[in-house]
Design a protein around this ligand. Structure first.
Ligand SMILES: [Zn+2]
Length: 390
């Protein structure tokens, strides 16, 4: 049966799909590789307090379930489209609640281990995950021990899941196999670009440390959690996609250049077709040198706050001085008030819904589809492209 025009087309072997889920509560990217291998990047779940709520976009589809439950249901539907049941790999970019799930003492307890259900753990409660890769395993002590309640909950989960049937590994910078498909696919690669400031050099699987030895730094000068964020590049034929988690430019106001890890990573990656705006397009990210290096045809903003994106980041993304030619910007959500504060947000192509990039077999072209986040219909609300991969 032919798909209705407003239905997401069936996934078929050879197609790469990159889904940016819109829950309004954090980042979650789910990819189906050309062979049906599945990779999830982050599964955030913020739980705003009454004071924080006015700054948040709405929760999507609604608050009747936890964000992690909505993400799990979304993932199950799309695993089924590819005839799959498992997430082969989950890559957690860094240890913040909008990427792994926020901890609250009144959250339900897992039936599988001694931890609460939020974000990633909510997903793992109903979907088996083959491998988890993060920046801290097994000691979680760079640049200093990570020990907030959210990370403790995550570590309890890791301890439990690693005794069941999930492999857990530390992110290997430079690797082109750690997060790749189950078996090698012609012209398809998932490249580990950076984590903990350890940056791929662009040659083979070589990497170098860009942060100074923490022993030489005062604790106040340690790299921040966002600076330690992991980033990967997905390449399929001529198509390139960069996801840099919450990498940021910490070199503002005269700080040392090594703190600008976002720019260093963007320069190694070089021009891409689609880039996720790092750190949600916040004030300390998506700087001029990043935009100049990546020069994407499409930017994706994973938004949950009124400052996603900020004005400087948006101006950079739209700038014809940083690079010439057309570019389309898509956001998973937007605070209504932000449009009044930042008039140029009207230039976004779409600002509400799941953003699905569908790369054609071989990688020569791709489309951007927006699907409804109001319900679980996966109804296509807008369609852009096809774009030719550069
Ligand atoms: Zn974030």
């Amino acid at each position: 049966m032919l798909a209705q025009p407003d239905q997401l087309p069936a996934w078929s072997p050879g197609t790469l799909e990159i889904h940016h889920l819109s829950t309004g509560r954090g980042n979650c990217t789910f990819t189906i590789a050309p062979d049906g291998s599945t990779l999830m990047i982050d599964a955030g779940a913020q739980m705003p307090t009454a004071e924080q709520l006015p700054y948040f976009v709405p929760a999507y589809p609604d608050t009747s379930r936890r964000p992690g439950e909505w993400m799990a249901r979304y993932t199950q539907r799309h695993l089924a489209r590819a005839g799959r049941k498992e997430i082969d790999q989950l890559f957690l970019t860094h240890f913040h609640s909008d990427h792994m799930g926020e901890y609250k003492s009144d959250l339900p307890q897992s039936k599988l281990g001694n931890y609460k259900l939020t974000g990633i753990t909510d997903i793992a409660e109903s979907i088996r995950i083959g491998k988890i890769v993060d920046r801290g395993y097994p000691n979680y002590d760079y640049p200093a021990p990570v020990n907030d309640p959210g990370t403790r909950n995550y570590r309890s989960f890791i301890e439990s899941v690693s005794k069941r049937n999930t492999v857990v590994e530390a992110f290997r910078p430079g690797s082109a196999s750690q997060l790749g498909p189950r078996a090698k696919i012609e012209n398809y690669e998932v490249r580990n670009v950076v984590a903990n400031g350890q940056l791929w050099t662009g040659k083979g699987e070589e990497f170098k440390a860009t942060f100074p030895d923490v022993k030489t730094l005062k604790p106040a000068d340690y790299p921040s959690e966002n600076m330690c964020s992991g980033g990967i590049r997905i390449r399929y034929g001529a198509f390139d996609y960069f996801h840099g988690g919450d990498l940021c430019d910490g070199s503002n106001y005269g700080n040392p250049a090594w703190r600008n890890i976002e720019t260093a990573a963007a320069k190694v990656v070089g021009p891409v077709d689609v880039a996720l705006a790092s750190h949600h397009g916040y004030i300390d990210s998506t700087g001029p040198d990043v935009v100049r290096a990546l020069r994407p045809r499409a930017f994706i903003i994973h938004a949950w706050d009124s400052a996603h994106p900020t004005m400087p980041a948006l101006h950079n993304m739209l700038s014809q001085e940083l690079y010439q030619g057309p570019r389309d910007i898509f956001s998973t959500a937007m605070k209504a008030e932000a449009r009044i504060a930042i008039k140029r947000l009207n230039q976004l192509k779409a600002s509400l819904g799941h953003i699905v990039i569908r790369v054609a077999p071989g990688g020569a072209s791709y489309e951007v589809l927006i699907t409804s986040n109001a319900d679980e219909s996966d109804r296509v609300t807008a369609r852009f492209g096809p774009y030719v991969s550069a």
